[in-house]
Design a protein around this ligand. Sequence first.
Ligand SMILES: [Zn+2]
Length: 412
Amino acid sequence: MDTKIQINSLRLKRDFDVLSAIGADEFGGVDRPTFSAAHLAVREWFRQRILQDGLEFSLDGAGNHSAILRSRQAQAKTLLLGSHLDSVPHGGRYDGALGVLAALEVLRTIQEANLSLPVHLEAIDFTDEEGTLYGLLGSAALAGLLEPEALLAPRGGRAALLEGLQRAGLSEEGFYQARREPDSLAGYLELHIEQGPCLEQAGVQIGVVTTIVRITSYRLTFLGRADHAGTTPMLDRLDAAQGACAFTLQARQMVLERFSSCVVNVGEMHFSPGAFNIVPGSASLALEFRAPDETTFASLEASLMELAQSAAENYGLKLEREFLGRHHPTPMHETAQQAIQRAAGSSGLSWLSLPSGAGHDAQSLAQICPAGMIFVPSVEGASHSGREYTHWEDCVNGANVLLQAALSLAAV
Ligand SMILES: [Zn+2]
């Protein structure tokens, strides 16, 4: 393995600037929701770019776009490198785009260096990572994780999904044809901005993702009694708001003190009947929490539920819990993590291991092949907004680590 080859940072920057202009918005970011005009334009640009680079272009049934650099060994497995070119509405320029362009740049660099690898290399742009229509749609299809029932009620609505597919010239049946055999894949690597402040705060250049944390959500309803707010003595009230608010404050404190690797959020609260002069009879809240591994997850969940129960009892309230879904944490593959660590180390870059608090296509790929993720620092941790920014030097470092980690995994 030649550890000296490096990506062409000027060429990568040129591509990044052209890409950032497609769907550019007035906030300094990009607006490229899945299958919007800007998203279709960026897909077409990517296709043209691949052809200009003399690479093989491939489009699968799920609309995933790829550049392929074939191994001389026809029966070789494929090492996938990629991310996504769609954005949230008025998102940032780096989220997803950096990973796709760096993947393409890695292929070009290896092509120019005339390296003969024992794997096919594929730089892939996954369809609808951000969930305008469904979320991780292209990568789930490729990993064979799509359920027909889920496509009947996608989060963006069924009509939007069907309209979008039509605009992109895709069909629902195609999504099932996009499935790949796990045996055909050597692994998956994704370069992405951190979207949080850890690397910047630590002054570290590269993040090696250990696991993609996942989420549990509940609706909790505290039930008391609606009463006249003027005539009911304070101590006689069964005030649902008190229980809900006490829980919210205590949950934050508990996570800070006992679950430093976790986060909790009460994102919405609703009082009923909801008037100046009525003691709240019920208070419902939207609770979401995230943890990096199953053990911590289980302990956090049990502790939060206990806390809710005791907050309810302290105010003479009843508690109703509606479970709204759980996604398991997805660990990144040990071999991939080590390849990234070695790549960073041999490039003289500082690195640390950290979990990802956000979802990524890598969690789909991790179900069928060894998957790994490389993070680069996000200035002020900002993401999903025009404020999203990563120093160009960090983008180049990340792309070079992607290159070296890919060479290392290809040699396995
Ligand atoms: Zn992303």
